[in-house]
Design a protein around this ligand. Sequence first.
Ligand SMILES: Nc1ncnc2c1ncn2[C@@H]1O[C@H](COP(=O)(O)OP(=O)(O)OP(=O)(O)O)[C@@H](O)[C@H]1O
Ligand SMILES: [Mg+2]
Length: 422
Amino acid sequence: MENIQSIKQRFEIIGNDVKLNRAIEKAIQVAPTDISVLVTGESGVGKESIPKIIHSLSHRKHAKYIAVNCGAIPEGTIDSELFGHEKGAFTGATQTRSGYFEVADGGTIFLDEVGELPLTTQVRLLRVLENGEFLKVGSSQVQKTDVRIVAATNVNMFEAIKKEKFREDLYYRLSTVEINIPPLRERKDDIHLLFRKFASDFGRKYKMPTIRLMDDAIQMLLKYRWPGNIRQLRNIAEQVSVLEEGRTISATTLHGYLPNAGNTNLPAVVGSPKKEGDFSTEREILYKVLFDMKGDLHDLKKLTLELLKNNDTEKVQEENQNLIQKIYGNENQDITEDNGAPVEVLHLPEPHAEQPVTQSFQEDKYHFAEEIEEEETLSLQEKEIELIKKSLERNRGKRKAAASELGISERTLYRKIKQYDL
Ligand SMILES: Nc1ncnc2c1ncn2[C@@H]1O[C@H](COP(=O)(O)OP(=O)(O)OP(=O)(O)O)[C@@H](O)[C@H]1O
Ligand SMILES: [Mg+2]
């Protein structure tokens, strides 16, 4: 059996906390079996390494490992993604398609954010877990698969069960073994270690001397709550590495980077532009508002043009359902792409409700937008693409984390990824 230290090295896991070691040890022990494992822990604690460890130490290691982010797949397509569909199962299902459970036969499926699965999908999943059987969407022919499931969640599953959002029987089936990853605030000894590691990585990446924390700054790191855990610690190490000119960081400087750092004896850093993360400066918020408006304007222009060209309103409506949906939103109406395949129903939030801006700021943006030059807007769009790419890269392609970092909803991010073909 591989030991904990070599596993940590292989999977680039930093830390020596007893609870973290216990979690890794549990993953090593359970790997050779086919037992279902549920990985729990707050957002950003490092849950994603566990299923990889389990798969790579199991007899399934040469077969497929598929990670599915259940929270990012639209409800209308998730059954088809997971279990496949039969030709003609729904409009646009022009051919039979295999789902992940068929493709991963003999391997492992990691169901990330399993708490987000719709109830109907939970029923299908329960059946696979119980006897390896599933049905393609639109088929009545039972298929068999041999897949090991590792799931993860950062939500309180008991709450979800109480609210009838998650089936209790499925929960017990998934969590035969539960591996909990402790939050960073409970791993005091790892905090500075991780910070040093990230600071050194970013120093190298940006070709700058590595930042160093003064004692009072280290104490501040240790006292901080770390609601975003290791993901947040890494982001902060990156921000400080890039934005600070001096390479020795005091608590006063660090305080400006820690949202809600609370009552320290330090002078409060009021209105620090860096306080809430990467993208919260007014200018960047303004950029985002403008990008959204530009997108809406573009869609409206397209629709108006269609209406001008074609006098048949009904036909235009029919042919541009997606666009109309995108511009006006319609929570109750399913939409299909031109090829008929189900696509995500984009429930657009109230105009810019997700922007952390004040009312007066929102009013101003319309006035401002009228004066924007085409060229400038283009470069703004490039800037947005760059921000999204950077955030996705930083979060290793994880849309949920990237969306929260960018201050937009996951659906909006999904739409933008499609829009810019990222
Ligand atoms: N012990 C660790 N050492 C080094 N990096 C780590 C460690 N734990 C987590 N990370 C890094 O922190 C980031 C967040 O980890 P991960 O994506 O696994 O979080 P998560 O628990 O799945 O969060 P969420 O519930 O939000 O999906 C990743 O970039 C990961 O590489
Ligand atoms: Mg995760």
